[in-house]
Design a binder for this molecule. Structure first.
Ligand code: NAP
Length: 247
């Protein structure tokens, strides 16, 4: 029970990596607030957590770009639990296109969902964490934010932005006993990578030293560690979880 009674907010919890993180956090004893837009998927995850771990998570269905809804959600979490110990910025989206073809709308959308949301959510939880003199802020970036990827200038910029955001905020909050870190997954089996052709999947597998795509649980276990007391002396770091791809 490495997160016993810690209050954790997980964005993008309806499926994929966020769902796996929510289940791993619940397994470690955290009290959860789950955010995404798909209410039925949030309800079914909340029911599973309730059955398996005997707690009823709060669920919030809203577009992560909506600052007012986010403020309302944070208020409800604080009204219910009086504290927020862990913020897990996981919600993310892609709108891939070569730059010459990329509509401005797709640039703005991806930057807003992936990067601005982390700013908004971190800002909303920072005051309570400062009052508590403890907290963990963890963001899911990507190895694409480190190395770049053709067809993903918007996504790569948002994920590189998250890395700069993480390091800067870590410096701002270190004296308050709040750590700020990021996880950079490689290729993980989720809806986000389902659309890749079999040909591309085979080619990618050949480039990954461990020879396979990662599972959402591989990211979830890293998130549990960073959120736990065991990681108290780690801040401002980007942990790659990519089967050795970016080596
Ligand atoms: P996914 O299966 O597509 O899940 C994305 C999650 O984000 C969903 O829960 C989705 O919820 C939520 N989301 C997307 N847009 C949203 C919005 N506007 N408002 C609220 N929630 C929104 O993707 P995933 O693979 O689990 O990705 C999770 C994170 O890992 C992302 O940040 C992604 O960039 C990052 N990542 C993934 C990989 C990979 O290989 N899979 C690699 C590197 C990094 P709703 O649909 O319910 O809104």
């Amino acid at each position: 029970m490495r997160l016993k009674d810690k209050v954790a907010v997980v964005t993008g919890a309806s499926r994929g990596i966020g769902r796996a993180i929510a289940l791993a956090f619940a397994h470690e004893g955290a009290k959860l607030a789950l955010c995404a837009t798909n209410q039925p998927l949030l309800d079914s995850l909340a029911a599973e957590i309730s059955d398996r771990f005997g707690q009823k998570p709060l669920t919030f269905s809203f577009d992560i770009r909506n600052a007012q809804e986010m403020t309302n959600a944070v208020k409800k979490i604080l009204d219910t639990h009086s504290r927020i110990d862990i913020l897990l910025n996981n919600a993310g989206a892609t709108r891939d296109q070569l730059l010459v073809m990329m509509p401005e709308e797709d640039w703005d959308f991806v930057l807003s969902v992936n990067l601005k949301s982390a700013y908004l959510f971190a800002k909303a939880v920072t005051r309570p964490m400062i009052r508590q003199r403890a907290g963990r802020i963890i963001s899911i970036t990507s190895i694409v934010g480190i190395n770049g990827n053709a067809g993903q200038t918007n996504y790569a910029a948002s994920k590189a932005g998250l890395i700069g955001f993480t390091k800067s905020l870590a410096k701002e909050l270190a004296k308050r006993n709040i750590t700020v870190n990021a996880i950079a997954p490689g290729f993980i089996k989720t809806q986000m990578t389902d659309g890749l052709s079999e040909e591309i999947k085979t080619e990618v597998n050949h480039r990954i030293p461990l020879g396979r795509f990662g599972e959402p649980e591989d990211i979830a276990q890293t998130a549990v560690f960073l959120a736990s007391d065991q990681a108290a002396y780690i801040t401002g770091q980007v942990i790659r979880v990519d089967g050795g791809l970016d080596m």
